[in-house]
Design a protein. Structure first.
Length: 268
């Protein structure tokens, strides 16, 4: 069995969808991304559907009576210490650190600008096992009403740095070296010619006029075909954006959860 992909402290590591109808969500995302699902909860308990692609865990879907949304998890080596640091920096812990069976420990948090996310201290489940290929998670981007304040908060809590590679990006110092030593030994060869520090990047940060939030982005092989499929499955294409590195489209699923698809192209 291949060694699990692991995530060091401060790196976004997992995503989960909360929706009222998990069966409908599994049909939509299964058809859109090719995912298969396994309910890991015992009979009679609310479902928690583990999504996989080519046998690798990529995301999860759980039931919720709240607003449908994708949640991003940030890895921590010590969830209690991180929760305390987060509160000292002006954030809020919405759900205290709690056990998630043998998989790990989780907590729900909100940054000072209002963007919610989860903390994850891994045990048996480190996080997403397949990323950055069509049908999988690419990045989670922070959309914030106050970029300067958000950068100060996340730098204090997680040690993040922020780099400009044509877009303002979030970087975890040393993450590229970590990947090269573990799950992605060819990262520097593959990214030859990319902007300096790009191997450490985990997402983007951008300013929005209202409602700070984390936005999940998925890789697709063909944006046009994916947008067509979204519409056929009852979803909505909200907007498109052609960027230097990728062609993007903002999507709303049939239950109202929003995300972005990204068709990567290498301009080099």
């Amino acid at each position: 069995m291949a060694e699990k992909r692991t995530y060091p402290n401060g790196v976004t590591c997992w995503i989960a969808l909360e929706v009222p109808d998990t069966d409908a969500a599994s049909r939509f995302y299964g058809a859109l991304f090719g995912w298969e699902f396994t309910n890991i909860m015992p009979t009679g308990a609310p479902p928690y559907l583990m999504a996989s692609l080519d046998g690798a865990d990529v995301a999860a879907i759980s039931g919720s009576s709240g607003s449908p949304r994708w949640t991003t998890f940030i890895a921590t080596d010590d969830i209690d210490a991180t929760a305390s640091a987060l509160e000292r920096a002006g954030g809020t812990i919405l759900d205290l650190p709690r056990d998630a069976g043998a998989y790990g420990r989780a907590a729900t948090a909100r940054d000072p600008q209002g963007a919610e996310f989860d903390l994850w201290q891994a045990a048996e489940h480190p996080g997403s096992q397949l990323v950055n290929v069509p049908g999988t998670w690419n990045f989670s981007d922070l959309q914030t009403t106050d970029r300067e304040a958000a950068q100060q908060f996340y730098s204090e809590v997680f040690g993040w740095q922020f780099v400009d590679v044509g877009l303002a990006m979030i970087a975890v110092p040393g993450y590229g070296d970590y990947l090269a030593a573990t799950s992605d030994p060819q990262i520097y060869e593959r990214q030859a010619g990319a902007p300096e520090g790009f191997a450490d990047v985990i997402g983007a940060i951008e300013t929005v006029p209202a409602s700070s939030h984390w936005r999940v982005k998925f890789s697709v092989a063909d944006r046009a075909e994916s947008m067509k499929l979204v519409k056929e499955l009852g979803g909505t294409v909200l907007a498109t954006d052609d960027q230097y590195w990728a062609d993007l489209a903002d999507i709303r699923d049939p239950q109202g959860a929003e995300f972005t698809i990204s068709d990567f192209h290498d301009p080099r």
